[in-house]
Design a binder for this molecule. Structure first.
Ligand code: FAD
Length: 487
């Protein structure tokens, strides 16, 4: 217990993304004084929400939504009470936003956008954004404005570091936050709501919890480092869904830039001239490089599993692809790299070649030697792929897109890393958005929402994350505001 408090409010919200907005606005509108603690400096707040594709899910009715979520969870079931709460609130997202002056617009009309159309209840999926234009950061701008137009104090560059918990009652009394080299004690008279995102940038958690990846990078906010998980664990929280994430994809990551670069040639919807394959450390292909994964999952023996990403991986390609235009699309549409980092990728890829992000060699064998692959094995892989192209059929992985030989030298390599949008795991919460202990009992006055301990345990429906942020953010905000002050 601190000797004195530096700041105080009824409800302290930790993290200013979509979940933080929904929790803060809801609690405020119910009469609570609210403070938001945000780790990033002003202008880099907003987390993954600010750089997302800007769609959120509004389900059409409760019953099919229950069925669809249950089917998405498959053998990784979540409690019925959670499914019910999710389904009921997900149907209210549009009404909530419209009630606050927003302008919900449907941007993908079913069946377009339904990620698993064969699952029961799938026709409940309706993807919305805010405003007449479906563009980068626009829905986020609306969410953000809901906070900024209210007397909700936002403390930027103020990461929450530690929960303040009563020794005996174990209830949460506040949060310690860092401001430059000063630690401040923030009192929460009613409750704390953790909405500080996932562990996309915490390589130790990634190694410990995500299946099959020794490292992984993100195209989302670099500020999401699993702080909420550490804080919640240290006051007794259980964890769930730590092994589930919206990934992996295969992307370029360089030390100079905080987030990953998506390679255009690997995108399922982008056709480029020239030959390209991806190989693992054994110089062999391991997948259909152009398969449209379901947020990183691919079908394996009747189940969906994360795409295998044997690291290091290399995209091997020829002069025709190198000359076909920039390997990376710098136009800002979504992702931290495009919207915030704004790296100015050269039109002819030559700047990135001279930085060493791309390796070139006259022959496939010398290229292999340069990047540390077995020359004979890579020559074999290229010859095999070129044979598939001649035959018009990829006999190994059934790839049908960009079926062109790696033929015209010189030859190029880009090292690829596993990349993701976001993690889903975190402290387990219940249908009231309370964070719970391993025995299921709630930690008094501690709530959460958003991708920090998301409900998604297995399969993921696109726009489901922001939809859930709004749904559980409101539940958390309502219940936090309804707590009796402890002093
Ligand atoms: C490129 C991309 C596209 C996506 N597209 C979509 C989409 O179209 N639809 C969809 O539903 N989902 C999408 N997602 C996923 C979705 O954006 C996120 O899951 C969702 O926005 C998470 O919201 P949140 O509020 O839980 O966390 P965030 O929006 O990530 O916000 C967390 C906030 O907490 C702050 N923070 C972190 N640690 C601390 C701390 N210790 N103290 C204080 N603050 C802290 C962060 O700086 C951040 O501002 C996308 C993700 C990415 C990366």
């Amino acid at each position: 217990m601190p000797l004195s408090w530096d700041v105080e409010a009824d409800v302290v919200v930790v993290g200013f993304g979509a979940a933080g907005v929904a929790a803060a606005v809801t609690a405020h509108d119910l009469g609570a004084k609210v403070i938001i603690l945000e780790k990033a400096p002003e202008g880099q707040h907003g987390g993954n929400t600010s750089v997302a594709g800007q769609g959120y899910l509004n389900t059409s009715s409760v019953e099919p939504a229950v069925a669809y979520l249950k089917a998405l969870c498959g053998p990784f079931a979540v409690p019925d009470a959670m499914t019910q709460a999710w389904a009921e609130e997900m149907c209210e997202n549009n009404a909530w936003l419209a009630g606050l002056g927003g302008d919900p617009q449907e941007h993908q009309h079913p069946p377009v956008g339904i990620e698993f159309p064969d699952l029961p209840g799938a026709d409940c999926v309706h993807k919305f954004h805010d405003g007449p234009t479906y563009g980068y950061s626009l829905t986020w701008k609306r969410f953000e404005s809901l906070v900024l137009q209210r007397p909700i104090a936002v403390l930027y560059s103020s990461p929450g570091r530690q929960m303040i918990q009563h020794d005996v009652s174990k209830q949460i009394l506040g949060v310690r936050a860092q401001q430059a080299d000063r630690s401040i004690a923030v009192k929460a008279r009613r409750a704390v709501v953790l909405t500080c995102g996932g562990f996309e940038n915490n390589q130790e958690m990634i190694r410990n919890y995500l299946p099959g990846v020794p490292y992984c990078y993100t195209s989302g906010s670099p500020y999401n480092e699993g702080d909420g998980i550490t804080m919640a664990m240290s006051v007794g929280a259980d964890l769930w869904h730590m092994n589930n994430y919206a990934g992996p994809s295969m992307a370029l990551k360089v030390p100079e830039v905080r987030t990953s670069f998506s390679m255009q040639a690997l995108h399922f919807s982008k056709q480029m001239p020239g030959g390209m394959i991806v190989v693992g450390p054994d110089a062999r292909r391991f997948t259909d490089e152009k398969f449209k994964t379901r947020h990183g999952k691919v079908p394996v023996n009747g189940r969906w599993l994360p795409l295998a990403t044997p690291c290091p991986m290399f995209m091997i390609f020829d002069q025709t692809l190198f000359s076909a235009g920039p390997l990376y699309d710098k136009h800002p549409s979504h992702g931290w790299t495009q919207i915030i980092e704004r790296y100015d990728w050269s039109a002819d890829n030559r700047a990135e070649l001279s930085k060493g992000w791309i390796t070139v060699a006259d022959t496939v064998a010398t290229l292999a030697a340069k990047v540390g692959l077995d020359p004979q094995a890579l020559e074999d892989s290229v010859a095999r792929w070129n044979g598939h192209c001649d035959a018009g059929h990829d006999a190994d992985f059934g790839r049908t897109l960009m079926l062109a030989p790696v033929a015209r030298g010189p030859f190029y390599a880009v090292e690829l890393s596993p990349s993701m949008l976001n993690t889903q795991g975190g402290p387990r919460r219940n249908e009231k958005a309370q964070i719970v202990r391993p025995d299921g009992s709630p930690i008094a006055r501690l709530y959460s929402a958003g991708e920090l301990g998301s409900i998604y345990s297995y399969l993921y429906q696109g726009t489901g994350n922001i939809g859930e942020c709004l749904a559980f953010g409101r539940i958390a905000g309502r219940n936090a505001a309804a707590e009796q002050p402890w002093t």
